[in-house]
Design a protein around this ligand. Structure first.
Ligand code: GLC
Ligand code: CA
Length: 532
């Protein structure tokens, strides 16, 4: 039997920004429940929620102070239980975000560690100073800026924080940490959740002797990227833990584990693929090459080819956006964005792999950075102006043209997109030619054609800027051709007169026979018995 997640379209919800049911400007669980019918209409199979646990919100939920609770800003456990039940009623699964690399500094474990509690004193990574407390234990840096070490007066020692000082890293070399983590998974499984997305999971174990990271000369971007993360990521023990966790989850049913693997632009998606192991670690990981790739047939072809090659027998995931990256449509350049958005949608929903969509992508929400004084993201506050942070992809979902975009009855935590009056769900639902309807038909097509879900993929060499691949399963063969260029191009596959055109991204575009209009994508079903 195929596991549920293999054929699934997963919809990522940033709960703060999806729908605010109680009118305090912050999205909440009741809000998601109210929008379940919407999600069902769109046709998605599962929801991944960014963290909703109690948190001081220094990193908007990625600083967890209780893994088995719900932050009051989002609701309470009864709301969460209702969300799970209501989603299941509609045939949708729930995937929780799990942050195991670090906790909040407000977590009871960290507080107990400060008190030198014998059970918790080694839950985090502490180092006593050698000679002076002004010299950090090594050169590791925090992804959010500065040294990864913070002096703690109470313990008279440094603790490690790969992200904010308010996010101390757990010490995975302590077996008690693993025990606690697996219990947390069981807690949520008992509530009925269907899977977990594991945050920065390749960071869990660190080099036991805390060796310095080698520097990367000529590094660009943030100082964090100026070193090779040889000793603070990708340790072999992480793979061994993932194998244990995989067994733990597989013993509990058809549960998805999908991991976020942090790797930088000098590496390829092979790093991400390696954490699926021999189908015995994570079920899925994310390929960030697809988010970094230039919007061109060659670049996307390369990122996909490398992904499938690196994965071997492991199953791919396909995603172009998330809560940490500029929104996909804005990465394609300004020209003909409406057409390009459709090509990306077609690619995501017809390539081989579990699809992960990011809320708002179905209406073409843009990257919209906020003004300096409105910045909420700690990374943006620290690095501004060299890096403006992640608020631009976290703005409230635009539901209609009312004040505050139909997201809330009052001013929201991040400003509503100025484009909301025009680009919103209601307007697009009323227009049969909208991007929203296009996403909906693609999802429906995937449901109808099993070969789009689990069929094999063949990527054909790129000619004249056309990304062309075939999906096949038994006798079902589909040809997908995407012209990623502003000029007409000839079709690399010449459809037989008996072939059916299942989907056309630009039905009104005029083109010659066997030609694709600029930025046009098509899906043909090869008639049985015909040859290409
Ligand atoms: C991951 C999350 C990101 C968060 C970071 C620290 O990269 O996706 O949003 O800030 O981990 O937890
Ligand atoms: Ca609210």
């Amino acid at each position: 039997m195929t596991p549920w997640w293999q054929s699934a379209v997963i919809y990522q919800i940033y709960p703060r920004s999806f729908y605010d049911a109680n009118g305090d400007g912050i999205g909440d669980l009741r809000g998601i429940i109210q929008k379940l019918d919407y999600l069902q209409r769109l046709g998605v199979d599962a929801l991944w929620l960014n963290p909703v646990y109690p948190s001081p919100m220094r990193d908007f939920g990625y600083d967890v102070s209780d893994y088995c609770g719900i932050d009051p800003a989002f609701g309470d456990m009864a709301d969460m239980q209702a969300l799970i039940t209501q989603a299941h009623k509609r045939g949708m699964k729930i995937v929780m975000d799990m942050v195991f690399n670090h906790t909040s500094h407000q977590h009871p474990w960290f507080k107990a560690a400060l008190e030198n509690d014998p059970h918790y004193r080694d839950f985090y990574i502490w180092r006593e100073p050698k000679n002076t407390r002004h010299k950090t234990p090594n050169n590791w840096r925090s992804a959010f800026g500065g040294s990864a070490w913070r002096w703690h007066h109470k313990r008279q020692a440094f603790y490690l924080h790969s992200f904010l000082p308010a996010q101390p890293d757990l010490n995975w070399r302590n077996p008690e940490v693993e025990k606690a983590a697996l219990q947390i998974l069981d807690f949520w499984l008992a509530k009925g959740v269907n899977g977990f997305r594991f945050d920065v999971i390749n960071l869990l174990f660190k080099d036991p002797t805390l060796r310095n990271n080698p520097l990367r000369f000529g590094g660009i971007g943030r100082p964090y990227e100026w070193q090779q993360h040889r000793h603070d990521r990708n340790q072999n023990e992480t793979h061994l833990f993932l194998q244990r966790m995989r067994r733990h989850l597989d013993n509990r049913g058809d549960i998805l584990s999908v991991g976020e693997i942090m790797y930088d632009k000098y590496e390829t998606c092979a790093t991400a693929a390696s954490f699926c192991g021999q189908q015995d670690e994570l079920h899925l990981t994310f390929n960030f090459e697809l988010l970094h790739a230039k919007f061109s047939a060659r670049a996307l072809h390369l990122a996909l080819q490398r992904w499938y090659d690196a994965l071997g027998k492991n199953w791919p995931s396909i995603t172009f956006s998330n809560h940490d990256f500029p929104r996909q449509i804005s990465r394609t350049g300004r020209y003909k964005q409406a057409e390009k958005a459709r090509l990306l949608a077609m690619l995501a929903l017809s390539a081989k792999g579990t699809v992960v969509l990011y809320y708002g992508e179905e209406i073409g929400m843009q990257e919209e950075p906020v003004r300096k004084k409105e910045i909420q993201d700690p990374a943006g506050q620290f690095y501004w102006p060299i890096y403006k942070g992640r608020d631009g992809c976290r703005r409230p979902m635009c539901w209609d043209d009312s004040e505050y975009g139909g997201f809330s009855a009052q001013r929201s935590w991040l400003p509503v997109s100025p484009a909301a009056p025009k680009r919103n769900v209601l307007a697009q639902q009323m227009n049969p030619n909208s991007l929203w309807h296009f996403y909906r038909s693609l999802i429906a097509l995937r449901k109808e054609y099993t070969c789009l879900q689990t069929g094999e993929i063949t990527l054909h060499p790129v000619q004249h800027h056309v990304l062309y691949f075939t999906r096949s399963l038994g006798k079902q063969i589909l040809h997908i051709m995407l012209n990623i260029s502003p000029r007409p191009q000839s079709m690399p596959y010449l459809p037989n007169p008996r072939d059916a055109c299942l989907l056309n991204s630009r039905p009104a575009a005029k083109s010659l026979p066997h030609e694709l209009a600029p930025y046009q994508g098509v899906i043909y079903q090869q008639a049985q018995g015909s040859q290409d």
